[in-house]
Design a protein around this ligand. Sequence first.
Ligand code: TZP
Ligand code: MG
Length: 343
Amino acid sequence: MKILRIIDANINRTGEGLRVVEEVARFALNHGPLAGELKAMRHLLTEAAALLPGGKVALLSARQADEDVGADSFAPGEKRRGGLKDVFLANIRRVQEGTRVLEEFTKPLSQESAYKFKELRYRAYTLEKEMLPLLERPGFPGGLYLITGSDFTKGRPLLDVVAKAIEGGARVVQLREKEASVRELLNLGDKLRNLTREAGVTFIVNDRVDLARATDADGVHLGQDDLPIEAAREQLGWGKYIGISTHNLNQALAAQEAGADYIGVGPVYPTGTKKNLDPLVGPQLVAQVKKSVTIPIVAIGGINRENVNQVVEAGADGIAVITAVMGADDVVAAARELQGLFE
Ligand code: TZP
Ligand code: MG
């Protein structure tokens, strides 16, 4: 009876911890895959409990919550829980401790059940490792997102132009040089990494996860035919940003579901800088996607000072441009004007 009481209390503790962490994953991080894993863990907890002799009924009859001598005592720090991260840590800890207690006390009653509690504990460790970096890093920055393009600088050195764009307020810089070799990209990437790091600007590598890792970029930007988000995530972990280009609502929804940190939506307008351009989507798709996803959306394709207001009105959180900044006569002023729309 005493053992059943311990088991009952710890099933509750574990289930409540899982539920709190699930709410963080779902509503604070908008994170489909992690929320799904937490839901699956709650089911496993229920399954493990049902395997115990007497099942739920026996556990309930052992419950004496009103006589719990520990009910009024707060653990140190319990009243001073700060942000989401603290809530997360306290509750994932609760799950780990609860499942350890369950494993120990159910062993003599049901090996099978004890084994499931053990599995849950290990899944809680993995989850902690994956979810913590997400709570520690800020959300993807909105505003001006500059994409490099050495051919569009009007003959000026690329690094000078990028430095000027940063001076004008660009929040993100993406390395994208379609004609360059991997060795050239690595070289340029290292330089851009230094420049952006010093300025506190986010650095993203286009297409290639290996280069994102090699340059210690903040993330990667994928196309629909590149490595899938899940595979890129395996390589980069949750501490890095993964963005993906989308050209319709279904792709946008799938990207969010797969755990993308932001999505590109486009091409909004005609552009001369991309070969094999997908069909134009107009600001309409930006507005439609904005209504349907919660992750940041970055509009792309032919955006300039004349049409930018339309995409801002459509709800874009950021704008990704090549020509409007790389090719501007006054790069600082061009960047300042575009970034100014988001401040
Ligand atoms: N993807 C869709 S359009 C585009 C890319 C990379 C190019 C955007 O360049 P610009 O000069 O801002 O139109
Ligand atoms: Mg690409």
